[in-house]
Design a protein around this ligand. Structure first.
Ligand code: G6P
Length: 609
């Protein structure tokens, strides 16, 4: 989704702004722009398409100046064209960038038009620029005008404003869309994600909901939602500068697939003992808060939802607590019944997904015993709003289609399952055995990555296909769901997942030689049942691609291509079987020539509803 970068410095900032936008490209966008104050001029450059188009335009007509704002836009109101690209201006003075949606932009636009303001775009954002210009007429400062404007805006937004008449400052407002201040020496910055600012600072201050801040080269003055002056703690980030580089890989997604063994190792460090889980990992007071839990409600979107679906099997089977999993956009709008002693869990890579955040806000009024977030971004809204948090430590994930965040999320979920299991008196040997398995998991994943050439060759079979069916049973059913999601996200092949037992209730009608059927088949109690489902496909001329345990002794042959994995205990098998499916979707996308890291129409972090 949209990205914001801004700077107030003595040096020319255009390079900093454009590099910041490049680092936010992963979020998905359709146009980009900058506005910079140069002496008494406000210069603006906007382009449809990639940040490289914008940077080529700037190379041809340089823009200079130490105060500027920049933006990548993901269209919500108005087509993706240059006219609608940010920054938006009011007259010659005010320039604004904005993430999110202004819900009451219709009436505001009408009122401003009556006041004589002429609109140059179809966006909701432009009302902010004109409103600020209007409020400035009766305000002593830009800060005051933005405060007054904020009170008239409904919706979720993060916005940054500059005024040509006073290049010494920018004013920013946060309401439902993240903003982080980057603190430099004699210069300060703003961005929607700290990643954008890592080349210039490691020192960050996260704004809270409702904050408005005035940022100069030397100062950051913040007023909260009640107009009270406040301070926010500055923190040094441990995310490294080159987290945004691809290294030897062609795509971020491939880099991230290969980072999984290390990401899981990092995530486990200090959190498991020889035989158990360090429950304090989930935050201060976790032991007490988790001790009485009898029911778990998981809410998430996209890939994070699929990991919740795996965890449902684990919570009920291993810890013996009931568990429900729901898509956040559904949960937030329906009436739900909260059982006694229930834990509300949000799963999110970014910690900023609008629907998941809204679901958490609702849950906090519903009487849950506690709220917990499993999240990859420290300081994100979900983490700050939850009672407990498990920081995933997967490292920055840039590919829009999530890979390492999924497997690390599953590791976090398993640690939580084991912590609750311990409180519920589950046999310590069972817990110790899974902990041992977790320790071995990075090595097993590394081993599975060696299947890459085999899977690359297999991907050729999918080049001319328009549909694919993924089958799994038990906790592998959500892995089939995740496999199907990956394939559709990055190769644009329509893919569906079914619990294999459901095959004869519909999807069997689709089976023919044109419909590849991918089966996830670890060696477990359900293997025989799954084999029967596979025969049903084969008997109808379907082509099977089976990812199976070596010990399952399947035989490749007519209608069945076999990819064997080393044996793994059933509990952790879903994590391992994810890897070949990620590789498959990656190589199919390569053959189809799609944009792997930034698939069309999708965004990394969906911060609007
Ligand atoms: C978007 C991304 C997905 C992600 C989902 C949830 O749709 O493209 O990859 O799974 O959002 O994001 P979250 O950050 O909440 O896990």
């Amino acid at each position: 989704m949209c990205g914001i970068v801004g700077a107030v410095a003595q040096r020319d900032v255009v390079e900093i702004l454009v590099e910041g936008l490049r680092r936010l490209e992963y979020r998905g966008y359709d146009s980009a722009g900058v506005a910079i104050i140069d002496g008494d001029q406000l210069n603006r450059v906007r382009r449809v398409g990639k940040v490289s188009e914008l940077s080529n335009a700037i190379a041809e007509t340089p823009v200079l100046g130490g105060t500027g704002i920049a933006h990548t836009r993901w269209a919500t109101h108005g087509e993706p064209n240059e006219k609608n690209a940010h920054p938006h201006v009011s007259g010659e003075n005010i320039a604004v960038v904005h993430n999110g949606i202004i819900e009451n932009h219709g009436p505001l636009r009408k009122r401003l038009q009556e006041e004589g303001y002429v609109f140059a775009s179809d966006t909701d954002t432009e009302v902010i620029a004109h409103l600020i210009e209007l409020e400035l007429k009766t305000s002593d400062s830009l800060l005051e005008a933005v405060q007054k404007t904020r009170k008239q805006l409904e919706g979720a937004y993060g916005t940054v404003v500059i005024d040509r008449r006073d290049p010494s400052r920018m004013v920013v407002a946060r309401s439902g869309s993240p903003l982080v201040v980057g603190l430099g020496i004699g210069e300060n910055f703003i961005a929607s994600d700290q990643l954008a600012l890592l080349p210039v600072t490691q020192n960050f201050m996260y704004l809270e909901e409702g904050d408005v801040a005035e940022i100069t080269r030397q100062t950051v003055r913040i007023v909260d939602i009640n107009d009270k002056e406040v301070t926010r703690e500055a923190k040094v980030s441990d995310v490294t500068h080159d987290a945004g580089d691809k290294g030897p890989f062609k795509h971020f997604m491939m880099k991230e697939i290969h980072e999984q063994p290390e990401a899981i190792t990092n995530s486990l460090e200090g959190r498991i003992t020889e035989t158990g889980v360090v429950t304090e990992t989930f935050g201060a007071g976790a032991n007490e808060l988790l001790s009485g839990i009898e029911h778990v409600q998981i809410v998430a979107c996209g890939t994070s939802y699929n990991s919740g679906m795996v965890a449902r099997y684990w919570f009920e089977e291993i810890a013996g607590v009931t568990c429900q999993v729901e898509i956040a956009s559904e949960y937030r709008y329906r009436t739900s019944v909260v059982p006694k002693n229930a834990l509300f869990i949000t799963l999110s890579q970014s910690g900023e997904t609008a629907d998941t955040l809204a679901a958490l806000t609702k849950a906090k009024t519903q009487g849950y015993a506690s709220t917990l977030s499993i999240c990859n971004v420290p300081g994100s809204s979900l983490v700050r709003e939850s009672d407990l948090a498990f920081m995933m430590r997967a490292g920055v994930e840039i590919g829009v289609a999530s890979s390492k965040a999924f497997t690390v999320q599953l590791v976090g979920l398993m640690l939580l399952v084991l912590s609750i299991a311990k409180h519920r008196g589950v046999d310590e040997a069972i817990i110790a055995n899974i902990v041992k398995g977790l320790r071995e998991l990075p090595g097993q994943i590394q081993q599975s990555l060696s299947l890459e050439p085999v899977i690359e060759a297999l991907a050729e079979d999918f080049a001319d296909k328009h549909h694919a069916l993924f089958l799994g049973r038990g906790s592998q059913y959500p892995i089939a769901m995740e496999g199907a999601l990956k394939l559709k996200e990055i190769s644009y092949i329509h893919a569906e997942a079914y619990a294999a037992g459901e095959l004869k209730h519909g999807p069997l009608a689709l089976i023919d030689s044109d419909m590849p059927v991918i089966v996830v088949a670890p060696n477990n109690d359900l293997l025989e049942k799954l084999s029967s489902n596979m025969e049903e496909v084969r008997a109808r001329g379907g082509q099977l691609y089976v990812f199976a345990d070596k010990n399952a002794h399947f035989e490749a042959g007519e209608g069945l291509k076999l990819i064997e994995l080393d044996h793994i205990d059933d509990a952790l098998a879903p994590i391992l079987y994810t890897i070949p499916l990620q590789l498959l979707s990656y190589y199919v996308a390569i053959i189809k020539g799609t944009d792997v890291d930034q698939p069309r129409n999708l965004a990394k972090s969906v911060t609007v509803e």
